[in-house]
Design a protein around this ligand. Structure first.
Ligand code: ACO
Length: 422
């Protein structure tokens, strides 16, 4: 079978034959047929906007790999900082590289005192931590003159390091402010996840539990990248205008905030609380099927199979509950999953649990308020956003993102004075 595709313009009979690689063809070939032809693809269902060597995802087979490594192996054997290095550099670090990278990250965990004293103190006492976080990421860029030197590789590396290192500090700061607790400075002798948990929870002689530290690490690994999702696309679109990486990360975080994306973990727990008990599950499923809302934490644009991350999150949940006690909402979640997976509505639409279905239960059992859930997602996703940003800047085929439209508005017409309008 030839690896080409032929497109014929039936109006003119003209054809173009273009190579097909990995199921992808260059739509620029359409311009050879007619420069005014446009492909209409709302929400990019059939559009590959870039070539990328970072993450491989096969939604039908339920496969997710970072730089070729299966997510299951990374979640079992690796650390978040090792994975961040892998995403950014393409290879797993040697032990010297990992030591240096870990040391570098540790030396960039502090934030300028004015971020906390002047910037954060301006928020209302009950501000949503994710709203604070999105703004804080953008504001952070104003502290670094070199943030805009995006074509200087050493400056770029510096911003990458700062962003990855400071995200947990910003996240914990937003939480402590929202509950009126004093800020905890980073403790750089701790691991990346333990330092974050310590900044979140330390009051008196708090010690990070090793099982919870590992659970946080696994969740950070699972959330580190997911190819061209809504947030990463926002990162690439904003980055394509050559904005600084803090502004681009703030845009990506804002995209993540929505309940159809990273905000789903918060929405799942609110949904489970609303359902309340296992007995109410069938009625809830019926209401979803009749169009009253969605089953949050179910379905995915790309996965038409169980999300491989959801399998690992579910297992991690049981490890965490050994320490924290079982989250009472677990039974409702399990029942919901069981009913949905046997219901033709969900089966026929290939709707399975996604990464957010069980992650919220873990976060809640660990004591995180629901408002923090999307912030917990944004911390590790920063590595993925930045890996895509660097890849974009090095990609000679990329230009400023500027889609075209199908204009369906009014034809040209003359201005009508206010007094003459009917
Ligand atoms: N509950 C009920 N029905 C659903 C759900 C759901 N969670 N998801 C999709 N459907 C239905 C749609 O109503 C539609 O039905 P129809 O064909 O009868 O109209 C069909 O399944 C296809 O759904 P689309 O909306 O076209 O799928 P899309 O790819 O656009 O949406 C999305 C994907 C946004 C994730 C969707 O499944 C959803 O809203 N899920 C709930 C929110 C969620 O969990 N988001 C987190 C995703 S993971 C992440 O971002 C980290």
């Amino acid at each position: 079978m030839p690896d080409t595709i032929t497109i014929t313009d039936d109006r003119t009979g003209k054809s173009v034959t273009v190579p097909l690689t990995n199921g992808v063809f260059a739509s620029s070939a359409l311009r050879d047929l007619d420069p005014d032809l446009r492909m209409y693809d709302p929400a990019f269902l059939s559009t590959a906007a870039c070539s990328s060597a970072i993450t491989y995802l096969d939604g039908d087979a339920g496969i997710l790999r970072y730089r070729g490594y299966p997510i299951e192996q990374l979640a079992e054997k690796s650390s978040y900082l090792e994975v961040a290095f892998l995403l950014l550099n393409g290879e797993l670090p040697t032990s010297t590289q990992l030591d240096n990278w870990t040391d570098d990250v540790r030396h960039h965990t502090f934030i300028h005192e004015n971020m906390r004293k002047r910037f954060v103190d301006g928020f209302h006492h009950d501000a949503h931590p994710m709203g604070m976080f999105v703004s804080a990421v953008a504001a952070l860029g104003t502290f670094y003159d070199d943030a805009k030197d995006i074509f200087d590789p050493s400056s770029r590396d510096k911003q990458v390091l700062r962003l990855i290192a400071k995200m947990p500090t910003l996240a914990a700061m937003c939480h402590r402010f929202s509950v009126g607790l004093p800020f905890n400075y980073p403790s750089n002798q701790l691991s990346f996840p333990a330092n974050f948990l310590n900044m979140m929870w330390k009051v008196g002689d708090y010690q990070v539990h090793p099982v919870l530290e590992r659970a946080m690490e696994v969740l950070f690994i699972l959330h580190a990248d997911h190819e061209q999702n809504c947030g990463t696309t926002a990162m690439r679109v904003v980055g394509s205008s050559h904005a600084d990486p803090y502004s681009a990360c703030a845009a990506a975080a804002a995209a993540l905030y929505g309940p159809l994306h990273g905000g789903a973990n918060e929405a799942v727990v609110r949904m489970l609380e609303e359902i309340g008990s296992m007995d109410e599950v069938p009625a809830f499923i019926d209401s979803v099927k009749s169009g009253k809302g969605r089953l949050m934490g179910f379905g995915h644009r790309v996965y038409k199979h169980y999300d491989p991350r959801a399998t690992i999150v579910k297992k991690t949940a049981y490890d965490v509950f050994e320490v924290t006690g079982k989250n009472p909402l677990l039974d409702v979640a399990l029942k919901l999953e069981e009913v949905a997976l046997h219901d033709d509505y969900f089966v026929s639409r290939k709707l399975y649990p996604n990464v957010d279905f069980y992650s919220g239960l873990i976060y809640q059992a660990m004591g995180f308020p629901v408002e923090m859930f999307t912030v917990l997602f944004a911390i590790p996703r920063t590595a993925g956003w930045l890996a895509h940003w660097v890849e974009l800047l090095n990609d000679k085929e990329q230009k400023i993102s500027r889609p075209r439209q199908n204009y369906i508005g009014a034809d040209a017409r003359d201005y009508v004075s206010l007094g003459l309008r009917g």
